[in-house]
Design a protein. Structure first.
Length: 189
């Protein structure tokens, strides 16, 4: 399997441009990742400084450099500001699988933007990155993310008990998956 993560693809949808996040986007990232509601299920405390945002951007670059993931900034076509991000991480090329993650500024919740962005990167992942399986790990109280992935055809496979330790506590996570053949089948219907 070849996952080419060296050339960063720009993905356009009806309303969005998904592009590489750079250090110049740090203020935008700080703006929405400092919001407690946005960070509620992110696994990190709300950001407090520009250095927190720069560390996040460094992580995006490191997963790309290590060929274990890729993270896109979500921007509206008529604007350049990053209003969220989505992408792949914890990729295992020998098994043709990856995990997906996403978050969006609260100002843009409920408008279908996250769905549009995630659907676009899933399609890109199956067509150009040769994935067979995409997983989503979601905390049980995070019903909005569960609804989003279920709408995309993900199937809940089970509960990973005490799977992550964040903010001084153990969190359970639902594991969801979407296989390439399932995604292809939903696109044909």
């Amino acid at each position: 399997m070849t996952i080419n993560m060296n050339d960063f693809p720009v993905i356009e949808t009806k309303r969005l441009v998904l592009r590489q996040i750079t250090k110049e986007d740090a203020n935008d990232i700080l703006r929405y990742l400092s919001d407690e509601e946005v960070m509620k299920y992110y696994g990190l405390n709300p950001f407090k400084s520009i250095n927190d945002a720069l560390d996040e951007i460094s992580w995006y670059q490191s997963i790309q450099n290590n060929k274990t993931g890729m993270r896109w900034g979500i921007t509206l076509k008529e604007q350049g500001a990053v209003i969220g991000s989505c992408g792949f991480h914890n990729g295992v090329s020998q098994h043709f699988r990856t995990e997906i993650g996403f978050e969006l500024s609260k100002d843009h919740w409920g408008k279908g933007i996250a769905f549009e962005a995630v659907e676009a990167i899933i399609s890109h992942g199956y067509q150009h990155m040769n994935f067979q399986r995409i997983e989503a790990l979601i905390e049980p109280p995070n019903q909005a993310s569960q609804k989003l992935v279920e709408k995309l055809g993900f199937i809940r496979e089970g509960l990973l008990r005490s799977y992550e330790f964040t903010d001084g506590k153990f969190d359970d996570l639902y594991v969801y998956s979407l296989l390439k053949q399932d995604f292809d089948r939903t696109k044909k219907s």
